[in-house]
Write a protein that binds this ligand. Structure first.
Ligand code: XIL
Length: 327
């Protein structure tokens, strides 16, 4: 049987999953990741909340274990995420001077990217920095880092990452760009504005991650708006990663048989459309199996949610065959 990674490789794509290093104890889980993935990303293990228990302290065990696993299995690793408004430990949120916030951000990025320098596929340097609803002319989210460091925190983060690891691709990652809705168009414009600003200032940026937490709701459609956005990104010389894909099935028909078909069809349609764009070089799914998906909690502890490619017993679903066929 063809694996996802072998089919993707024929189209010069890397593919794989968000992984939890704690699940590497399960031989069944390990077997699926090994067989199917050419690229993995820690779902949480490289966030500040996991790496930074206290001021001046780093806890690298889980992250180290994941990189070792990847290297032993010839899988590339993407780092996620060096600068985000969420998953911040309370000692970070208690920082009360601009100078100290900037110092901590820079030190964190130097330490983390420096530790794994030369071994990473890419780093998601800044995540979700744009929020149109915050009503700033520059489109930036009114986040902890923006308030404390100022709008150039984004530039500071990218410079620090490039200096410590010149080999990794550096990406900006965001959501809300994927679907054909009015707010998506606003979000796309704001993200493009940010990317153009960064390029104009020669900030080291190689790629854009589009999260792709999409939905199987019948009223949602995917197409030309995203395609235009990706074209603009390509014209800037950037690669594109579909970085956190899953298909929310919260409002689909759940009669037996139907649910998995709707999810699979959404994967087919979306990937067939998005992979027409040649700047896309990687596709990551946000988890391996339905039993571990973050959407079980996001959808209000809904244990019938089936958004991923494998079921909770790690058997491939219709979605797996659909995604593989679309690559
Ligand atoms: C989510 C994880 O999946 C959860 O386990 C965690 O509790 C919260 O974060 N966008 C991102 C990811 O960039 O880091 C988020 O991951 C999902 C949304």
């Amino acid at each position: 049987q063809w694996s996802l990674r072998s089919v993707a490789a024929e189209h010069r794509l890397l593919t794989g999953f968000a992984v939890d290093p704690k699940l590497l104890q399960d031989p069944h889980y390990v077997a699926v990741v090994r067989e199917q993935a050419s690229l993995i990303v820690p779902e949480n293990a490289m966030k500040w909340g996991a790496l930074r228990p206290a001021l001046g302290q780093y806890s690298f065990e889980q992250a180290d274990a994941l990189l070792t696993f990847a290297e032993q299995n010839r899988i590339r690793l993407r780092g996620h995420t060096l600068c985000w408004h969420r998953a911040l430990p309370s000692w970070v949120e208690a920082i009360d001077s601009a100078q100290e916030a900037r110092r901590q951000l820079t030190e964190h990025i130097q330490t983390v990217t420096g530790r794994y320098a030369g071994r990473m596929h890419s780093w998601d340097v800044v995540n979700e920095a744009v929020e149109v609803k915050d009503n700033r002319p520059d489109g930036l989210r009114n986040s902890f880092w923006l308030r404390m460091v100022g709008p150039d925190y984004i530039e500071v983060a990218f410079q620090a990452a490039r200096a410590a690891d010149p080999a990794a691709l550096l990406s900006y990652n965001d959501y809300g760009i994927e679907s054909e809705t009015y707010d998506a168009e606003q979000k796309r414009s704001a993200v493009l504005l940010l990317l153009r600003r960064l390029k104009a200032r020669r900030v080291p940026l190689d790629a854009v991650g589009i999260q792709c937490h999409i939905s199987a709701r019948p009223m949602y459609s995917y197409g030309p708006g995203l395609q235009r956005f990706m074209e603009r990104v390509r014209e800037m010389g950037l690669q594109i990663f579909l970085s956190e894909m899953d298909v929310n099935d919260r409002e689909v028909d759940r009669t037996p048989g139907r649910q998995d078909v709707e999810v699979a069809q959404t994967y087919s349609r979306f990937l067939a459309m998005a992979l027409e764009e040649r700047a896309v070089t990687a596709v990551l799914f946000w988890g391996v199996d339905d039993g571990q998906s973050w959407l079980r909690y996001e959808n209000g502890r809904d244990d019938q949610t089936r958004p991923l490619l494998f079921d909770q017993n790690l058997r491939p679903k219709e979605a797996f065959y659909a995604a593989r066929a679309a690559m």
